[in-house]
Ligand binder design. Structure first.
Ligand SMILES: [Zn+2]
Ligand SMILES: [Zn+2]
Length: 240
């Protein structure tokens, strides 16, 4: 029974630690490695762990860091050659941008360190569209989805817009579920959180203006380019 492969978010966290460690300190009794092992175990990504005892244990984490040694041109020793294509891809992505690496790692960490939040994010499913690669990472993307599923504020948002307009059209394409589906579509619309992923944080509370009401198609399209596409830009795109 093998544990799931390392996810990009996990590799980012490991690479972040790698960039701060001296090669001689890559071993399972290093407290930093043990801390990362602990954190990876509560990262809301893999909920199926066939080999729970070995899942991202300190040995596994130091092996991952030794894999980076093998990829790293500036290291003249051998390292562990058993790295994956994704390890190499992520390594190259951040090779000359450690600042961005630290920033991303810090944000992914902040979500996982909030145990209550992390547990709720486990329940949010991954997209089936695997052509999407979210720059900010899957954990932050899950935080976006979690925020826009806050039923209390969504209800308020929909009620207020319905009072104002007498209907709930999509803010990007104007599609109206009631008009198309009749009774079945009455008061149906989805909510999209406007805050860019690079700015969403665990401490900010969602307000009514943070949310946009969009149809399911537009919502999907917004998520396909979730790093960059705003509701306003989609609106412009559709008008062409
Ligand atoms: Zn729409
Ligand atoms: Zn959304």
């Amino acid at each position: 029974m093998r544990n799931p492969k390392w996810h990009r978010d996990e590799i980012i966290l490991a690479l972040d630690l790698y960039s701060r460690l001296d090669p001689g300190n890559i071993h399972s009794s290093n407290p930093d490695i043990q801390e990362l092992s602990f954190l990876l175990n509560r990262l809301p990504i893999h909920d199926v762990r066939p080999d729970e005892a070995k899942f991202r244990n300190p040995n596994g984490v130091s092996l991952k860091l030794s894999n980076f040694l093998a990829i790293d041109d500036t290291y003249h020793g051998k390292g562990m050659q058993s790295y994956s294509q994704l390890d190499e891809k992520v390594f190259k992505e951040f090779e000359s941008d450690t600042e961005r690496l630290h920033k991303l790692a810090k944000r992914i960490r902040s979500v996982s360190e909030d145990l209550n939040l992390a547990n709720q994010l486990y329940l949010i499913e991954e997209d089936t569209d695997d052509s999407i690669e979210v720059n900010e990472g899957a954990v932050i993307y899950k935080l976006h989805k979690f925020r826009e599923r806050d039923t209390k504020i969504i209800k308020k948002k929909k009620e207020r817009e319905f009072m104002r307009l007498g209907k709930l059209p999509c803010e990007a394409c104007l599609f109206d579920f009631f008009q198309k589906y009749g009774e079945l579509g009455y008061k149906y619309i989805e909510c999209h959180h406007r805050t860019p992923l690079s700015e969403i944080s665990i401490s900010t509370k969602t307000t009514l203006t943070d949310l946009a009401l969009v149809c399911s198609n537009c919502h999907r399209m917004l998520h396909r380019r979730v790093d960059e596409l705003s509701v306003e830009r989609l609106k412009v795109l559709l008008a062409v």
